[in-house]
Ligand binder design. Sequence first.
Ligand code: SAH
Length: 206
Amino acid sequence: MAERLRDHYRIRDRRVLDAMMFVPRHVFVSEALQSRAYGDHALPIEANQTISQPYIVARMTELLEVDARSRVLEIGAGSGYQTAVLSRVAGQVYAIERIANLAREAQARIRSLDIHNATVKCFDGTLGWSAHAPYDAILVAAGGPDVPDPLLVQLKVGGRLVIPVGATRESQRLVRVIRTDDDYVHEEHGPCAFVPLIGRYGWTNE
Ligand code: SAH
């Protein structure tokens, strides 16, 4: 998997590749899917949600440009796989998941891997998590119609926010927002397809 990420998908950040090699993806899927855990695809998890394709996890992590001192906010923890990858490259990870069962299981898997710098809580992540703000980096793993305002507010100056944004629920473009002293710079990083971001500053219902 790491070879494909490096040679085919051109993931360059050594720390991201190391994290992808370190975190066992099979721990984050159901037993029936474990033989497919290292394939090049997203897989279904509970509650009609998905664990993202390894490439997209690596790419989004790389775009965040975090280091061991970074404080990261993640929205849409799902299985907890992306959370675990982030915990290897960042200092502290605060993850939010709106479905209670998923949040609970994600947290349990993370503890079972002896990861102690990541917390998963259940609430609407489009509101951000102001108690730990501002963040060096924010990753949103579900597609919204726009970049939620509270997340922009909770981003440090110089910080990076990566989110799939699309006018419909079905397809998005990966967007990176960098906060400068007095502005927000938007970059586009290609098409992608995520499950919808549902909440106050996302889509309104299922
Ligand atoms: N990175 C995850 C992918 C999970 S799919 C993984 O590796 O497994 C996206 C997740 O976003 C879903 O679990 C969905 O329930 C969650 N989600 C959608 N809207 C949300 C919101 N407003 N706040 C928190 N989580 C949300």
